[in-house]
Design a protein around this ligand. Sequence first.
Ligand code: MG
Ligand code: ZN
Length: 376
Amino acid sequence: MKKCCKSIRTIVECVLVVLVGGLAIALINRIPDSSEPKVKNIIYLIGDGMGISHITSTMIAQQYTPLALERAEYVGLQKTYSSNNLITDSAAAGTALSAGTKTYNGAIGVDDNKQPVENIREVAEKMGMATGVVATYAVTHATPAAFMGHTESRNQQDLIAEQFLDTNVDVFFGGGQKYFMQRADSLDLVGKLQEKGYTIATSLEEIADIKEGKVGVLAARKGLPTMLKGRGNFLPEATTKALEILTANAKKNKSGFFLMVEGSQIDGEAHANNLEGVVAEIVDFDAAVKIAFDYADKHPGTLVVVTADHETGGLTIINNNNKFDVAENPIAYHFSTGGHSGGMVPIFAYGAGAEAFSRVLENTDIPLIMKSLLAE
Ligand code: MG
Ligand code: ZN
């Protein structure tokens, strides 16, 4: 009996030694601070067409006064190519960034076989989280569409608008009246959305008193004006409002939220090779980044990821006359194309889980990492 007790004690002691030893090794190996909370909320900001030279041009225009995105704690790079082209379009890149699947240019939320692929907003929705999309172009346009619908072609914007009804998205703010309110067919999409409990408005002012619930704002026929043409503060204001409503809805659900915010028109200005327009659009986008980073500061458990879908314009910053040794030599901006280019684009990450993005990634890795962080 005594012998037996002794051997049991030895086993218990052995187990304890193994456990304590294992714990010590686990603690030594643990890189993230154990006080860092798990990822509860995700704010995903996408600057359409925003390459490193576009950001640098904005820094120069602001005389290197730091941009909000420079507050990022971790920086990475991502490869943008699509499944059928080294130069991606915004639909394939949007699908890669939303669903983690490389697909053909023009595809919205479908793979090479034209089969729907689940996007990170849908994953969040299934987990009971509140979700939203904010854009300055139509909410049915390629980038936000990749978080909302599944179509063989980005041109099927009427169908993408109909697919909003298949979701439980909490907020969608942007343009796109044409596809919801001014449709060629007789479908009353606004009526159907209202039946589902949505408030549908055509300006942020109209919803100023709404603090929770399901809300859509369609503030233009297609896209809102560019910054140079007077868009004003729509993007930062829409971001603030979306965060207010999503925070309230998430609290009600006892969940977190997922929000995608697109700086939609950096791309258009770069297609037009309009540097002043690019800078104005990035300054506006950066204001939304600031709001997201400030939110993360106040709400531990919030991950903010800022990236682009691709570079537009092949922008370079060069000396005007190729003489580097002359003081005050004026610089020149050179666009090499009216289309997209194939360079890697930056990732700026902040808050809970941000360290996972400090690498060279595929664009498809980003939503997959987000998904695994939400599952922790
Ligand atoms: Mg876009
Ligand atoms: Zn483009």
